[in-house]
Write a protein that binds this ligand. Sequence first.
Ligand code: ARG
Length: 472
Amino acid sequence: MQDNETNAPVPQAGGTWSGRFGEPVAEIVKRYTASVGFDRRLALFDIRGSVAHARMLHAVGILSREDWEAIERGLSSVADDVRAGRFEWSLDLEDVHLNIERRLTERIGEAGKRLHTGRSRNDQVATDVRLFLREALDDLAELARRVQVALLDLAEHHAATVMPGFTHLQVAQPVSFGHHLMAYFEMLDRDIGRLVDCRTRMNRLPLGAAALAGTSYPIDREMVARELGFDGVCENSLDAVSDRDFAIEFSGAASLLMVHLSRMSEELILWMSPRFGFIDLADRFCTGSSIMPQKKNPDVPELIRGKTGRVVGHLMALLMLMKSQPLAYNKDNQEDKEPLFDVVDTLAQTLAILADMLRGITVHPEAMRAAARQGFATATDLADYLVKRGVPFRDAHEAVARAVRHAEAQGCDLADLPLETLRGFCDKIEADVYQVLTLEGALDARNHVGGTAPVQVRAAIARARQRLAAGG
Ligand code: ARG
């Protein structure tokens, strides 16, 4: 296309900035630089930001009442189109911001061209992403709380269910299954805390920074911040347009959360293997094999484990994205969106499915108990018993180690050895030793805050429920 008077090519990229250029952008470059394919997801946040900006422009006397009203009406009808899926996105218009602004102008004329007064896409996009992430953070925290509640319910059921506790994946000491589950509740509690923290630091308004240095118009940033529910404004305009800490911080918190869920998944997978046989997952969370008819595979926890790598990968991508950027805005920043969106989506799906899956777990307490007995899980209790009878701990440890070796050779548990045999290892042993050699005895003995005694587990669950009810 040629301009008749100047013989120059007619600007193509929406005419938004292309007046300066002598030739249209190459097709391949257009595709390479456009973000509308993914940032259209920000559309409604972009419109919210524009509504607040226009209101402020009117309040300070930059926009006439008619223009402001036309803009509000126009933006609201554009928002309707977006919601209804009627909006036709154009690659020629590069990104979500230019697409919406162009549509607005097509709809309301001149007034639409006044909306961009005193702002830049640089502070605009920084605002949009923060609005998006703020909402996502609230949803994710809520989903994480649902997993916590599922854990609490299962733990409550199994406060007195005995399982082997492991160190080095070797049977160590008996623990309550409920206690084990509550460890994950605690991890999630910290994860939610990190999400909430991140929200607080993020909730500041970049708008007003314009391209990088601020704007010469008498804008009221505080007003826009209030309108959009920000706690205040970003203090420094250069920082406001170039900072993506919030995306990194969020992805960091999300990565750690996924690592916790991955550890939990790994345990579910182990526990479901016939070698353990501690639990069974509901059929709806498993799949079969196309060749082995007997298989029931724990695909969901395996995928949670796998998707953890994906989320951590996005965190790395965001860190690398920032590491060499000079101030202030650079186009690199456009690359923040796809990883960020994917972290949000992966986390949301994972948390939702996990909460459901936990509710569909069948527990096999007999298998847990049998595993605890096989591993001499009460050996420490026997040593403690001797110490309470005056034997130095190191000597007690040695005596019990010999007893374990003997029991192992006999193929039985410590509790199965006759009193006479036990006394052969230490003459301080009396008939009451069998109380400490039982699994229940070992659990009950650890009766302090944070311990595995069922009464403590129930108290911990009650405190946890209170914390949840108080809003985390
Ligand atoms: N699509 C851009 C992004 O996501 C919007 C900001 C573009 N600003 C610019 N000066 N090219 O970052």
